[in-house]
Design a protein around this ligand. Structure first.
Ligand code: MN
Ligand code: MN
Length: 464
C-alpha cells in the first residue's frame, strides 16, 4: 500500500531537488574547471569595458573575427561586433536562414559601482578626495570602510585616450571611503538604514601629502594632480572627459569549507555573461544562428548607445539578415531569447521578504523567471506559458537542472532585466540565470553548481 502511494507521489508531485543529489563525479570535475575559468573572467572583468576586452581576447582565441558591415558569411562562421568598447555581440552563423529565427542570449556586464563626477578632485581638511555618483542600486553603507580599485579611460585634450587601472596588482595603492566611528555615531545610529549614509558622503580618500609652501591653498590636491600628470599625462580638465569607475577591491574567492560557493564583485550579471559566452564557444551544432550579448547600462535602465534599447542591436542583426536577404522583422518574429540575468536566491537570514514556495534556491540549478517587475508585475514582459514550456523542454531534454523563480514576496520590492526590451522587439523572451545571495552588494555570492547549470542551459539553447 505504502509503496503504491509513493509511486503516485513520484508521478504527480513536482519535487524541488538539490543539484548535488544528481551530480556525477565526472560532472563535478567539469563544474569545478568551469568555475575556475569563470573566476578568471571576473578578475579580468571588473568593469563593462574590461569584460568586453577580455571577451574579445577569448573569442579571438576561439576563431571569432571582428564583424565589418556587409561581410560575407556562411554557416559556421564566427564574428563579433564591438559596440564602442562597452558592449559586445557575438554570433555563430547557423545552417538555417535567419528568417526562421535565431537563438539569442542577452546578459549585462555593467554592475553597481561608484562613478567619479566630472569635477571629482577636491581638498578638505588637508585630505584629498574624489566626488562620486553611485551607478545602479546600491545600499550605500556597504561601500564604507572597504578598499577600492579604480578603472576607466580619460580622453586627453589632444583627443588621445589613456587607460587607468589601479588597485588590483599586489604593489598598487587602493582607495577607501571612511565611515563614522561608533564613538561619535549616536545621532547617525538612530537614522534609517537608507538615509544614514547619504550618496554625497561617498567621497573617495585619494591622498594626504601636501607639496609646496604652507602658505598655498590646496597643496594636497596639487600633489595628487602632480602624480596623475606624471603617470598618465592628465590635467584636472582632462578628468571632465573621463569615465572612471570605483569598484570593490579583491579577487573572486571560493567560500565555505566545502568550496561550493564563490563570492565576488559583479556576479550580477557577469555570471550569466560568462555562461552565455562559454555556452556559445562549446555548442556543438548551430542550426539557428546563435547570438550572445553583453549589454551595458542594464543597471540604470538599458538606455544609451551601449544599452539593450540601443539600435546597435538592430544594426548588427539587421546587417547579418541583409547578408541573407532576410527581413529583420521576420527574423525577430521567429526568434527565441534567454534574457540571462541573475535572480534573488532564498536567504534564510532574511526569510521574511522571500516566498519560499516560489523563490529560487542555492544549488537547485539555473532559475527561470517568468516575470520580474514591481507590485502587480508592473514593467515585466511576463513570458507566456508557451515560452516557459519551450525552455523547460530544452532543459529536460538536455538534463539541465533548473528551477522556477520570482523575486520575493509580492509588494516587497522588485527588479527588472533586459527581457522587456527584447520582448518589445517581437522576440519571445524569458529570463533565466543564476540565483545570487546578497545581490548588488560589493561582494555577492553564488553556488558553483548553479553557475555550471546556467552554462549548460545557454549551451543547450544555442544547440536547440
Ligand atoms: Mn542583472
Ligand atoms: Mn542588477
Amino acid at each position: 500500500m505504502a509503496e503504491k502511494k509513493n509511486e503516485l507521489k513520484e508521478k504527480l508531485m513536482y519535487k524541488a531537488v538539490n543539484g548535488y543529489d544528481s551530480l556525477s563525479a565526472a560532472e563535478e570535475k567539469k563544474m569545478t574547471a568551469y568555475c575556475e575559468d569563470y573566476k578568471k573572467f571576473l578578475d579580468n572583468g571588473k568593469t563593462e569595458r574590461m569584460c568586453v576586452k577580455y571577451c574579445i581576447k577569448l573569442a579571438e582565441e576561439k576563431g571569432f573575427k571582428e564583424y565589418k558591415a556587409g561581410m560575407k558569411l556562411k554557416a559556421g562562421d564566427k564574428v563579433y561586433y564591438n559596440n564602442r568598447g562597452k558592449a559586445i555581440m557575438l554570433a555563430v552563423i547557423g545552417t538555417e536562414k535567419m528568417d526562421k529565427g535565431i537563438n539569442l542570449t542577452a546578459a549585462h556586464t555593467d554592475a553597481p559601482r561608484l562613478d567619479l563626477k566630472p569635477n571629482p578632485l577636491y581638498e578638505d581638511g588637508e585630505l584629498a578626495y574624489f566626488k562620486t555618483h553611485h551607478y545602479g542600486g546600491i545600499r550605500k553603507y556597504q561601500w564604507l570602510s572597504r578598499t577600492l580599485e579604480l578603472y576607466g579611460v580619460v580622453i586627453l585634450a589632444d583627443g588621445s585616450s589613456v587607460e587607468v587601472n589601479i588597485g588590483a596588482d599586489e604593489g598598487d595603492p587602493q582607495f577607501i571611503i571612511e565611515d563614522l566611528l561608533p564613538h561619535l555615531g549616536k545621532a547617525s545610529d538612530k537614522e534609517p538604514l537608507n538615509t544614514a549614509v547619504k550618496s554625497e558622503v561617498l567621497n573617495i580618500l585619494v591622498g594626504s601629502r601636501p607639496i609646496g609652501k604652507d602658505s598655498e591653498k590646496d597643496r594636497v590636491k596639487l600633489g595628487i594632480l602632480k602624480i596623475l600628470n606624471e603617470k598618465y599625462g592628465i590635467t584636472e580638465e582632462d578628468l571632465i572627459s573621463a569615465e572612471l569607475e570605483i569598484v570593490p577591491a579583491g579577487k573572486a574567492r571560493d567560500i565555505g569549507f566545502d568550496r561550493s560557493l564563490i563570492a565576488a564583485y559583479g556576479h550580477d550579471d557577469r555570471v550569466c555573461a560568462y555562461a552565455e559566452l562559454a555556452g556559445l564557444f562549446d555548442a556543438k551544432k548551430f542550426k539557428k544562428t546563435g547570438v550572445c550579448i553583453f549589454a551595458d547600462k542594464e543597471e540604470i535602465g538599458s538606455m544609451g548607445v551601449s544599452g539593450m534599447q540601443s539600435q546597435a542591436f538592430e544594426w548588427f542583426i539587421g546587417d547579418l539578415c541583409k547578408g541573407q536577404k532576410v527581413d529583420i522583422r521576420d527574423c525577430f518574429a521567429n526568434s527565441f531569447c534567454v534574457s540571462a540575468d541573475v535572480t534573488a536566491a532564498y536567504d534564510p537570514n532574511y526569510a521574511e521578504v522571500f516566498e519560499v514556495r516560489n523563490d529560487s534556491k542555492i544549488n537547485h540549478g539555473v532559475a527561470f523567471c517568468k516575470y520580474t517587475g514591481h507590485g502587480g508585475k508592473s514593467g515585466a514582459s511576463d513570458a507566456s506559458a508557451e515560452v516557459v514550456g519551450k525552455l523547460r523542454k530544452i532543459m529536460n531534454d538536455n538534463k539541465v537542472v533548473w528551477q522556477m523563480t520570482q523575486m520575493g514576496k509580492n509588494d516587497q520590492g522588485g527588479g527588472g532585466t533586459v527581457a522587456l526590451y527584447m520582448a518589445n522587439r517581437n522576440i519571445d523572451t524569458i529570463d533565466a540565470g543564476v540565483p545570487v545571495l546578497s545581490m548588488h552588494a560589493p561582494y555577492e555570492t553564488v553556488a558553483k553548481f548553479d553557475c555550471y547549470m546556467t552554462y549548460k542551459c545557454m549551451k543547450a539553447v544555442f544547440e536547440s
